[in-house]
Write a protein that binds this ligand. Structure first.
Ligand code: GDP
Length: 208
């Protein structure tokens, strides 16, 4: 799909708190702090000059579940696609006080469990490193919910071709993925952007 407009609509700040949104499908983005999630969201939405997601100098700062309403048109024929892109708070940042780390889980679980309209989760993993224990736990939790999950390997521009092919293969085997579930991505080169937009389109329009 091609993104036409994006608008921040609000945030879920506390478990059980008021939830922005409405009757639209949702796609959530998850990953540890500093994995490149804000950068990817801005790149994906074509908002690098006027970012919607804040690329933070202070990793671990985003602690709310942020909702963006996106209006897009499919790559092929068809009606416009409207959905909420949901930016989950990053996890696993050591300098966040323990009390905050403790607040992360109930908030994210409240969102994930309470989202009837959730069509899929995009799990980001830094291409330079093996999935962390937190990444693995998140994947297991998502598998338990039965939510379709795509894995994006971020910052692939930082790897040589051979390293990155190895990393793709090892991530697929460590996380038990199908090759169609993994997308290598680079914000500076734009690699993976169309592939990810296509994958999101098919999650949002499952019958086509
Ligand atoms: P977040 O905490 O997951 O939202 O991560 P950010 O989007 O704030 O990115 C963290 C850092 O990684 C920033 O310095 C970004 O410029 C950098 N970064 C993000 N994506 C890429 C990428 O695809 N390639 C490279 N080389 N750097 C990236």
């Amino acid at each position: 799909m091609k993104v036409r407009t994006v608008e921040f609509v609000g945030a879920l700040a506390h478990p059980g708190g008021p939830r922005p949104g409405g009757a639209l499908p949702e796609i959530a983005f998850s990953g540890r702090s500093n994995v490149g999630k804000s950068t990817l969201i801005n790149r994906l939405l074509g908002r690098t000059r006027t970012p919607v997601a804040r690329v933070s100098g202070t990793p671990g700062k985003t602690r709310e579940v942020n909702f963006y309403r996106v209006d897009a048109i499919p790559f092929g024929e068809g009606e416009p696609i409207e959905f909420f892109l949901v930016d989950l708070p990053g996890y696993g940042y050591a300098r966040v006080p323990k009390s905050m780390q403790g607040a992360w889980r109930p908030l994210v679980e409240d969102y994930l469990v309470g989202s009837a309209a959730l069509r899929g989760v995009v799990q980001l993993i830094d291409a330079r490193h093996a999935p962390t224990g937190d990444d693995q736990q998140m994947m297991e939790y998502l598998a338990g919910l039965g939510t379709p999950t795509l894995v994006v390997l971020t910052k692939v521009d930082k790897l040589k071709r051979s390293q990155r092919d190895r990393r793709i293969r090892s991530t697929v085997s460590e996380l038990g993925l199908g090759m169609e579930q993994i997308v290598p991505f680079s914000a500076p080169t734009g690699e993976g952007r169309d592939e990810l937009l296509r994958a999101l389109e098919s999650l949002l329009l499952p019958t086509r």
